[in-house]
Design a protein around this ligand. Structure first.
Ligand SMILES: O=C(O)CCC(=O)N[C@@H](CCC(=O)O)C(=O)O
Ligand SMILES: [Zn+2]
Length: 328
């Protein structure tokens, strides 16, 4: 049933059970790749939780991790205590094992989206599901973890992006993420129209993009380092207070600048396999673009996150970040 749901979504098959029961509640399939779980009696402090995986089709570790957690729920080893919306982001891209089919789904989560096509349609469908889910649970704190993996190695293999928004992140999030093995936090400096930004910007949710290691094919993921993250997801699903750690164990950064690809003739001036959070000294040439010219590091050293020269024209080719003090 539940664990099968992930496999069936990936194979494009209709699920064998569109609804059913788990310990402590019931589940129902709302749309392809969208599953809602409703507790019989939510725990007092339970959050209304959105957990999404596969927004990028080649990022398989989060799908395996979530599949294991749902299997434990199905086996009766966990008891549902929180309202939960589970989302398999881009099933066609997952079937193909590709980041996206026509365009990057994770740049389309805006209410004034006008583009046509499969990925824009999927973004509209997912936004509507998230809107309806939070509306069904008024008065409950909102949470969205959008689980990803990164293309490259990283000085910090597990890190989160905190989307830009007016609302502050509740302080307990830093304690939970530290206990879940997150090693670094990157504050976004502007709207980015990602899925986690959508939940934070439009719904005031505590929301993050979580990067959980490297993007590898199914069956090749190193899952043991993700066990503490699995325990955080289980606590949220059961509506229990998660384990806490010391946020000072994490390294905090803020985005200073977004490097965009403006032309076909765009290139990054450092090796393709440069790990995320690699630091470059003042004066270093980072990129060349036929339209924007060259980008060099100014007076302050900059670290590079998500470098990718192959993005669509107009899209982000890297985030340039600097260290930042931990939140109060
Ligand atoms: O490793 C990479 O270059 C990309 C990994 C990835 O998919 N990251 C997300 C981050 C979203 C955010 O900025 O919150 C993305 O690029 O969509
Ligand atoms: Zn991703």
């Amino acid at each position: 049933m539940l664990a099968e749901w992930l496999d069936q979504g990936l194979e494009g098959r209709a699920p064998s059970h569109a609804e059913g029961r788990v310990a402590g509640g019931r589940f129902r399939l709302l749309a392809p790749g969208v599953l809602e779980l409703v507790p019989d009696a939510p725990s007092a402090g339970a959050r209304a939780c959105v957990l999404s995986v596969g927004i990028h089709g080649n990022e398989t570790a989060p799908m395996e991790l979530l599949g294991e957690v749902l299997a434990r729920l199905e086996a009766g080893l966990l008891r549902l205590g929180a309202p939960l919306l589970v989302i398999l982001g881009n099933p066609e891209a997952i079937r193909r094992g590709e980041r996206y089919v026509a365009t990057n789904l994770n740049r389309l989560f805006r209410r004034d989206l006008e583009e046509a096509g499969d990925e824009p349609d999927r973004a509209r469908a997912l936004m509507a599901e998230v809107d309806a889910f939070y509306a069904r649970h008024p008065g409950r704190e909102r949470l969205h973890y959008d689980l990803h993996t990164a293309i490259r190695d990283s000085r910090f293999p597990r890190f989160v992006v905190e989307p830009f928004a007016e609302t502050a992140t509740p302080p307990e999030q830093w304690r939970w993420l530290a206990a879940a093995g997150i090693q670094a936090v990157l504050h976004q400096h502007r709207h980015s129209w990602t899925f986690s930004h959508y939940a934070k910007h439009y719904h005031g949710a505590a929301a993050f993009t979580l990067e959980l290691g490297r993007a590898l094919p199914f069956g090749h993921n190193d899952l043991p380092p993700l066990a503490p993250m699995g325990r955080l997801l289980e606590a949220l699903i059961e509506g229990r207070e998660p384990a806490t750690g010391d946020p000072r164990a994490m390294t905090f950064f803020r985005a200073e600048h977004e490097l965009l690809r403006h032309s076909e003739a765009f290139r990054l001036c450092f090796p393709d396999d440069t790990p995320n959070f690699s630091e470059f000294l003042p004066g270093t040439r980072l990129a060349e673009d036929a339209v924007a010219g060259e980008t060099r590091v100014g007076e302050t050293p900059l670290s590079v996150v998500f470098p990718n020269a192959e993005v669509e024209i107009g899209a982000r080719a890297a985030l340039l970040v600097v260290p930042s003090p931990p939140p109060e």
